[in-house]
Design a binder for this molecule. Structure first.
Ligand code: TYM
Length: 332
């Protein structure tokens, strides 16, 4: 059976981008594959969260994993830092990752642009740690959104380089995965590209947002006036809303509003109302379970203990083998 590995950083509440790019696939994959889903708390340290926030965001992601339907009996759910073997593997793999390729990573270049005061080494080697998360369990399928494609390419590069350097056929190649053949990019509400927390709360619909909040955010989303001529190309902000509708609404609803747009008869108020209602319905099953699970502390603890145990067993085996390959052996 193929192994699936993926994670989400503990930076706060999960949004529709996390859900449709990653989490919804996690839930489907657990019936078909040997799955490891973790909370990437070590990756989130690049932005220096305070310790209390880090603890509560880790807990939050666990709760939302469970609320979305990840079943701890089928999948291994764990916190990245509970399996410190990943840090050891990261050290070894850093020896085979080169400055030039790390600097060329799009996510690194974005961070240099957006936070020039915090270009730390952890950001530079973020893709190495991500590769280690996957290689640690010999993952071959990695459910992620479109923005992670380059990191998967780098994972293959690092794994292959290790194999080549030590003349072994040890690490397998891992590929980004989505059930909808194309990797997903969920746009945000601010009209500026993909949904993301770094664009502010108004850009994101969170899985925990109440129906009222969802309606308010959608009604305030950037749209446009027009169109003024039939079949006019949609401006980015409008296209984004249509893309969101594609994610949460039926094909018929989407076709209906597309038709109105092409005939210059669209009323954005109606369009947004429909989008908001479909979003409320799409998120309801997860939203309704979040509160219930967050009140069951014993269950959360049990899930994480069980997950840490299973993930550690897999990681320890890998590290024993990697040390052997590298030549780090006990001489006494
Ligand atoms: P993070 O927390 O930034 O994102 C978690 C997942 O959500 C997806 N995602 C989106 N997908 C579509 N549209 C969006 N607007 C959107 N926003 C976020 C991301 O593609 C991702 O799948 N580096 C990873 C965390 C990680 C990881 C790993 C993933 C660490 N190690 C090993 C897989 C395997 C990340 O992007 O986290």
């Amino acid at each position: 059976m193929e192994t699936v590995v993926s994670g989400i950083r503990s930076t706060g509440k999960l949004h529709l981008g996390n859900y449709y790019g990653a989490l919804s696939n996690f839930v489907k994959m657990q019936d078909e594959y040997n799955c490891f889903f973790f909370i990437a708390d070590l990756h989130s340290l690049t932005t220096h969260p305070n310790p209390q926030d880090l603890q509560s965001t880790v807990r939050n992601v666990v709760i939302e994993y469970l609320a979305a339907g990840i079943d701890p009996e089928k999948s291994t759910i764990y916190v990245q830092s509970d399996v410190p073997e990943v840090a050891e593997l990261y050290l070894y793999m850093n020896m085979n990752a080169y400055l030039g390729e790390l600097e060329r990573s799009t996510s690194f270049k974005d961070k240099v642009r957006s936070s020039p005061d915090n270009v730390n080494a952890g950001l530079l080697t973020y893709p190495v740690l991500m590769a280690c998360d996957i290689l640690l369990h010999h993952g071959t399928k990695v459910p992620v959104g479109k923005d992670q494609e380059q990191h998967l390419e780098m994972t293959r590069t690092f794994g292959n380089r290790f194999n080549h350097l030590y003349k072994v056929d040890y690490f397998k190649e891992a590929f980004a995965f989505s059930y909808s053949n194309k990797l997903v990019k969920v746009p945000g509400l601010s009209g500026q590209g993909k949904m993301g927390k770094s664009n502010g709360d108004a850009d994101c619909i969170y899985l925990s947002d109440t129906p009222e909040v969802i309606r308010k955010k959608i009604m305030r989303a950037v749209s446009d006036s027009g169109p003024t001529t039939p079949n006019q190309e949609k401006p980015e902000s409008v296209q984004n809303l249509f893309d969101l509708m594609k994610v949460v609404s039926t094909d018929d609803t989407l076709a209906h509003f597309d038709d109105l747009y092409n005939k210059c008869e669209i009323r954005y108020g109606d369009f947004k109302k429909q989008l908001a209602e479909d979003m409320v319905i799409a998120t309801e099953p997860v939203r309704s379970r979040i509160e219930e699970i967050s009140n069951d502390e014993d269950y959360i603890q049990k899930v994480l203990r069980m997950g840490a145990e299973k993930a550690s067993a897999s990681a320890q085996k890998t590290l024993r083998e990697v040390r052997e390959i590298i030549g780090i052996k006990k001489l006494f």
